[in-house]
Every structure is written in structure tokens, then in C-alpha cells.
Design a binder for this molecule. Structure first.
Ligand code: FAD
Length: 456
């Protein structure tokens, strides 16, 4: 039989196979983080699960590295590789809503923008990310933290079933009733166990929300963060809100003479009854003078897309992350020392609350172990100029070093850098050995290793 050729793969798949030298190769090899510059042998733009099965078989039989790309947002650039095969799901973005059952099924390449646009007309939503261009796939398989987490849990807590192509090329359905071990591992284990071609989610009644960003002077950082840690501990769960260090972009709601100044912001999303929204956000107006704000009723997808322009594709990215149980005075001092130095308008630091519904899931019920953490902090370095890489990376690292002693050992895998592989075991705490067992069963040769890797 011999090793299959790219031309044979082309004959097997409905989608495109874009190889070195083909038109569109330069665009096809590119991922969101422009710091990642890799040249795969070929990119398969799959159209259906059958294409994915063919591509997985091809990579395995050819001994090629295999990268899987959903939305392409992976900061370490796991969605591409040098010399190997990329399965790109960006042509599989369909979302079908079942309003009677309050569920939706999204294909493996859908973004949250695709998802929210499909569910919004039915007045339904589930937990997704903060921006609309992130992939449903990578975000959900690692956890899924967003505006609705306090009320509805992580994105993965809302998964009902998945269709997945495993390393041996089989198509499996995984849920609480079938292939339960795989379903358990996929909920937090990232891309380690197969290519998910379709996700079935539980939906919740959310249509228009009341929220948006509020900007405060940097002199309020300590005051605001101390208020936030107490307030969010038992705030109503319909309220999602996170503080952020942010350089003011040139937006009309910010006084022109303050464009380019650095602020501490609070971004809020009240997903309860609209008429209660103003009151729900009142504590954020009482705690300190608000310099600028863009708060009010809006469709949930509008808030989900509100910050997309700050994060266009093609920026340089370097991120670090930690889970945090208590936002101690020492931790707040570290934020006061480093947050105001945020070096670029695209860079930010977010302290997401992950209490509420996510805490009501047992730490061993899914692979996502940090059910006792109250916050997930991300120091997200994003900037346009490659020439500024050293300075921006240094800011992220120094900030991370300052907060690490006040944080948990593990961090959210979706916010972690490529140089964080030694923290993976810590990230899964007591679930790690069980993840290794599932990995040995479904991917004993570690075909899916371009991820925050769980070694078989
Ligand atoms: C601008 C920006 C904003 C973000 N905001 C949030 C946020 O609000 N909340 C949050 O929780 N995270 C957020 N993230 C992090 C995000 O969750 C991760 O970057 C995630 O990996 C992105 O998923 P993706 O499908 O877009 O990425 P990809 O690069 O396509 O994939 C990332 C990883 O997931 C695996 N993968 C992708 N698709 C599949 C699939 N179909 N089957 C199996 N494995 C697959 C890949 O192998 C890879 O390891 C953000 C990232 C960025 C860059």
C-alpha cells in the first residue's frame, strides 16, 4: 500500500487540501497569533466529519504531526505546525437551534459569533467567551469562561454531547450515556482526545442584557479591586463582571483628551430582567467616580462583539494565567504595581469570576478541576509590532511572577503559554491520572499532541 499521498487525500475529501505551493497556502497556514510562523505540509479545510476521519487517518498513517484548528485563537499557536497536517474546521460553522428542547448543536469550526447569532432570535444563549471571534471548540474543550459563567457555569458545563473523531479514525458520540470516559475527559482536557466535529449545548433564556464597560481612574485600583472581591462573592448570579486594565481606545464615549490614558475598567453583564439592570450595576457606580462608560441595554451578541475590534487577527500574543482562590491584599498590591504599565491598547489583564454555578459541579465530575477557584486571571499581552516583542513579553512575565505567589499553582489551560507545559499536571490536580488513563485508551500514540499535552 505504501504511505498515502496528498493527492490521494484530495480524492478522499469533499473540502480543500491546500498544500505548499498551492494558491491560498500563505493565508491557510496563518493563525490568529502573528508571532506563530509555521509551514505545514498541507491544510485540510474539512467540510464534514468524513473529511476529518480521512485527514486523521492520513496523518496517522503518514506519521505526520497533526494540528487541529477550530476558531484559530490558540495563543501558543496549536492550530498549526511545521511540516505536518492541519485540520482546519473553519468551513464547518453551522449552528442548529432546537428551541423546544432549548439546545443547540454547533459544528466544530463555529465561533461564538456564529453561535450567538443563531441562538439570539430564540431568546436563548449559553456561556461563551468575551469576544465573538473565538472558536466554540477550543474554548469549550478547555473550560469556557465568559459573561454568563456565574449563572450557567463554564461552557463545558453546558455540553450535552459531542461527535468526535478519535486517533484511530473512528467517529464516536460521547455523552453522559455513551463513551462516558471520553466525554468526561473532553470537558477540560482540550484537544487531547480527538477532533470534535459537533457540540450539543444546553441553552438558557438570555436575549438582551444590561451592561458594558465602565472606566475609572488608576488611583481607584486598590479601592475597586477590594470592593470587587467582596461584592462578587455573593452578587446575584445573573451578574457577570470583571475588572480590566485598559488603555482608552479612541471611542466616542471616552472624552477625547483621555484617549490613550490607562484606566481600570469594570465590564459588566446583567443577564436578569432588563428593568433591574440599572440597579444591579449601581454598586459599580457608587464605588468610585466613573470617568467614561458605555452601559445600557443591548443584545447579548452585541456585548459579545463589543471588543472584537481591539483584538484583530495578526497581533503578536503572549499570555500567562493563574487561578486565584482569594484576591488578597498582597495580590491587589501586585496588580496595582503592574497593571497600570499595560503597554499597548490591545493588551489587557482580566480577573474573571468563576464562582456561582461553576462551583456547584464537583471537581471530579469533569476534567476541569479548579472548582474551588474564585477567579481566573489572564495577563494578555497583545501588540502589533514584532519589534516590541521583548518589552511586551517582559511585562507579561514580570506581572505573572508578581502575582504567582498569591495564586494557585495551576492556570486555565486556554490562557496559558506554550512555555507552560510543566504546569499541566497542576492544572488538572486530582484529575490528571484519570486523564492519562483516558489518553492511553483513545490516543495511546499521542497523535493529538499539539495542545497543552497530556502524555499517555
Ligand atoms: C482574543 C481572545 C479572546 C479570548 N477570550 C476568551 C474568553 O473570554 N474565555 C475563554 O474561556 N477563553 C478565551 N480565550 C482563550 C480561548 O479559549 C483559547 O484560545 C481557545 O483555545 C480558542 O479556541 P479556538 O477554537 O479559537 O482555537 P484553536 O487555535 O482553533 O484551537 C485551540 C486548541 O483547541 C483544539 N481544538 C480546536 N478545535 C478543536 C476541535 N474541533 N476538536 C478538538 N480539538 C480542537 C486545538 O487542538 C488546539 O489545541 C480567548 C482567546 C483570544 C485569542
Amino acid at each position: 500500500m505504501g504511505t498515502p499521498t496528498i493527492d490521494q487525500l484530495r480524492e478522499q475529501v469533499r473540502g480543500d487540501v491546500i498544500s505548499t505551493g498551492d494558491e491560498g497556502y500563505e493565508e491557510a497556514r496563518r493563525v490568529y497569533n502573528a508571532m506563530i510562523d509555521r509551514r505545514p505540509l498541507a491544510v485540510v479545510r474539512a467540510m464534514n466529519a468524513g473529511d476529518v476521519m480521512a485527514a486523521v487517518n492520513f496523518a496517522r498513517e503518514s506519521g505526520l504531526d497533526l494540528a487541529v484548528r477550530g476558531g484559530g485563537h490558540s495563543v501558543p499557536g496549536f492550530g498549526t505546525c511545521d511540516g505536518g497536517l492541519v485540520i482546519d474546521l473553519s468551513r464547518m460553522r453551522g449552528v442548529r437551534v432546537d428551541p423546544a428542547a432549548s439546545t443547540a448543536r454547533a459544528e466544530g469550526g463555529a465561533t461564538w459569533g456564529d453561535f450567538n447569532a443563531a441562538t439570539y432570535p430564540f431568546g436563548l444563549a449559553t456561556t461563551g467567551g468575551i469576544v465573538s471571534t473565538t472558536g466554540v471548540a477550543g474554548l469549550t474543550l478547555g473550560g469556557g469562561i465568559g459573561y454568563l459563567t456565574r449563572g450557567f457555569g463554564l461552557s463545558l458545563d453546558n455540553l450535552l454531547s459531542v461527535d468526535v473523531v478519535t486517533a484511530d479514525g473512528r467517529f464516536l458520540v460521547a455523552s453522559e450515556r455513551e463513551n462516558e470516559d471520553l466525554f468526561w475527559a473532553l470537558r477540560g482536557g482540550g484537544g487531547n482526545f480527538g477532533v470534535v466535529t459537533s457540540f450539543e449545548f444546553r441553552l438558557h433564556p438570555v436575549k438582551d442584557i444590561y451592561g458594558g464597560p465602565m472606566f475609572y481612574e488608576l488611583s481607584e485600583v486598590g479601592n475597586l479591586l477590594r470592593f470587587y472581591r467582596e461584592f462578587i462573592a455573593d452578587a446575584p448570579e445573573q451578574l457577570g463582571a470583571f475588572p480590566a486594565f485598559q488603555i482608552a481606545p479612541p471611542l466616542p464615549f471616552i472624552p477625547e483628551d483621555r484617549h490613550g490614558d490607562t484606566f481600570i475598567a469594570m465590564v459588566a453583564c446583567w443577564a436578569g430582567p432588563l428593568e433591574e439592570g440599572e440597579n444591579a450595576l449601581k454598586p459599580f457606580h457608587d464605588v468610585a467616580p466613573v470617568v467614561a462608560e458605555h452601559v445600557g441595554p443591548m443584545p447579548y451578541p452585541a456585548l459579545n462583539g463589543a471588543f472584537d475590534a481591539l483584538y484583530p487577527p495578526g497581533l503578536q500574543h503572549y499570555w500567562k494565567a493563574s487561578f486565584v482562590k482569594e484576591l488578597t491584599d498582597e495580590a491587589i498590591s501586585a496588580h496595582e504595581a503592574h497593571g497600570p504599565d499595560v503597554p499597548a491598547v490591545n493588551s489587557t489583564v482580566h480577573i474573571y469570576p468563576i464562582n456561582g454555578a461553576a462551583h456547584r459541579v464537583a471537581p471530579d465530575a469533569t476534567a476541569f478541576a479548579y472548582r474551588d477557584a474564585n477567579f481566573a486571571t489572564v495577563i494578555a499581552g497583545m501588540w502589533p509590532e514584532p519589534g516590541q516583542n521583548d518589552a511586551n513579553i517582559a511585562w507579561v512575565r514580570d506581572y505573572y511572577e508578581a502575582t504567582a505567589p498569591h495564586s494557585e499553582e495551576g492556570g486555565y489551560i486556554n490562557f496559558m503559554a506554550a512555555d507552560d507545559q510543566d504546569r499541566i499536571r497542576a492544572n488538572y490536580k486530582g484529575n490528571y491520572e484519570r486523564l492519562v488513563d483516558v489518553k492511553r485508551k483513545y490516543d495511546p500514540d499521542n497523535l493529538f499532541h499539539l495542545n497543552q499535552n497530556i502524555k499517555p
